[in-house]
Design a protein around this ligand. Structure first.
Ligand code: COA
Length: 165
């Protein structure tokens, strides 16, 4: 277990500081019934500090660029649909699906295999439990779990303060 071997392995795979794993697929055509070849497909805007792990897919937008903000961390197998927004400092665990036109405000964390349906907004600093299906807008700072997801506690103030500072 030589340390140099370990270091070498990480150097080819880590995403710290804003890297994209080569297996990520960025800018495929919008997955929408109305979209057809020749229609607008606006390339995603991804902040250079965002971490994009293996097998992440981020689709092109139909109306505006799909957006991934600064220091956002998209772990393995995350999918971000067309025209969605992932705000600064969001953390999306493996298998998260952000459907088309959904918005995650800054500092949202979503647990493994959770999803948010199209056009919903998850407010600043909110947390979504693993496996949750978010069918409604989630207010800032709340913690929602389950299918359909519902709030389990309210502790918005501390988290919002932390994100704002
Ligand atoms: C199931 C579905 C078709 C129902 O749509 P709808 O009839 O407009 O339903 P509403 O959003 O009005 O919600 C009705 C109720 O069902 C619940 N609900 C909606 N979708 C749900 C889902 N996927 N899982 C669990 N509950 C769901 C809502 O929370 C709501 O509950 P309430 O009456 O207690 O408030 C839709 O919510 C859905 O899941 N569509 C698939 C989206 C998708 O995967 N699109 C792919 C493109 S990215």
């Amino acid at each position: 277990m030589g340390e140099s071997v370990h270091d070498g392995w990480y150097s080819s795979t880590h995403t710290h500081g804003g890297k994209r794993d080569p297996t990520a697929v960025i800018g495929h055509a919008p997955e929408h019934r109305d979209w057809k070849p020749g229609d607008p497909a606006i390339h995603p805007q991804i902040d250079s500090t965002a971490r994009i792990e293996a097998f992440v897919t981020i689709d092109a937008g139909m109306q505006h660029a799909t957006h991934v903000g600064a220091r956002a961390w998209l772990m393995k197998h995350v999918h971000v649909g067309h025209d969605a927004t992932v705000g600064d400092d969001c953390e999306l665990a493996p298998g998260v699906v952000v459907c088309g036109h959904a918005t995650l405000e800054a500092g949202v964390r979503m647990g493994v295999n959770s999803c948010v349906l199209p056009y919903r907004t998850i407010g600043k600093g909110a947390r979504i439990g693993s496996g949750a299906v978010v069918t409604k807008n989630v207010p800032a700072g709340e913690v929602w779990v389950g299918n359909p997801a519902a709030p389990i506690q309210r502790h918005a103030e501390d988290r919002i303060r932390a994100i704002s500072s």
